[in-house]
Design a protein. Structure first.
Length: 268
């Protein structure tokens, strides 16, 4: 009886061990491998491209060239910063530092305009990592990065279009902030947003329920941009109907439909 118990116990332990090893292997396999990776002592810089970007050869070539330069420059800067830590205790001095940059295609409009979200992640031994968002707009036909200006008749700082966009962004952010904090949400950073294309925040073309179209503009805010670090990321959506009075012929051709329900606005 004891022998049978020992055999069963050993078998269960073996199964548990095998399950643990399998789980670890699956977890490691699920983690994407960097497309660019540079390392120095206790320091690593990495860049990731999603599958959609990798399938677009000219875009991938452009981003790879830019990212190689960024990675080399960043690794050098981090190495220089580490020199200032020589007199600190070893447990602080030897903490691993990481700097990562990932590119994700968020929409493809008219089979031509590719909106890309660039997410930066940095950890240099502080209380928490720092994150930031930016956006890029790739014109497949022109083979270069562009802005959203061609889609509008005017986008002057403080002009009618930018004022309408800014007001819509602020209204949407206020609604989201109240959902997260009904008591006393801090709106100061939201109110401080300016009606200027280069100041209002990273923008992308929002996906649409109408094939090949964009349902409007999405603005992407990382921690500290419009709230505290604990609040996480915010997205603000401006529907194309708000933009309609200010659209150029090129803009009128690409906007239609509604924002898909799965285009989530929650914290990242």
């Amino acid at each position: 009886m004891k022998l049978a118990y020992i055999r069963n116990t050993s078998r269960l332990a073996g199964l548990a061990c095998a399950f643990l090893i399998t789980s670890i292997a699956i977890s490691l396999a699920a983690e994407p491998k960097p497309d660019i990776q540079l390392k120095a002592k206790y320091t690593e810089v990495a860049v990731f491209f999603d599958a959609a970007i990798k399938s677009d050869a000219p875009l991938l070539k452009y981003l790879t060239s830019a990212s190689n330069g960024w990675a080399a420059k960043t690794l050098k800067e981090l190495a220089e910063q580490r020199k200032d830590m020589r007199d600190l205790p070893a447990d602080i001095r030897n903490r691993p530092w990481e700097s990562e940059r990932s590119y994700t295609q968020s929409s493809l409009v008219s089979s031509r305009y590719v909106s890309i979200i660039r997410a930066d992640y940095n950890y240099t031994g502080g209380a928490h990592p720092n994150r930031a968002n930016d956006t890029l707009l790739w014109d497949r036909q022109a083979g270069k990065m562009i802005s959203i200006r061609p889609f509008f008749t005017e986008l002057a700082d403080g002009g009618p279009a930018m004022t309408a966009i800014r007001d819509a962004v602020v209204a949407d952010l206020k609604l989201e902030k109240k959902k997260r904090d009904n008591d006393n949400p801090d709106m100061s950073l939201v109110e401080a947003l300016e009606p200027k294309l280069l100041k209002i925040g990273p923008v992308s073309l929002t996906p649409s329920t109408s094939a090949g179209k964009s349902s409007g503009l999405s603005f992407h805010y990382g921690p500290y941009a419009v709230g505290s670090y604990a609040e996480g990321d915010y997205d603000a959506f401006v529907p194309w109907e708000t933009l309609k009075p200010y659209l150029s012929a090129e803009g009128s051709a690409i906007f239609a439909g509604e924002r898909p329900k799965d285009d989530d606005k929650g914290p990242q």
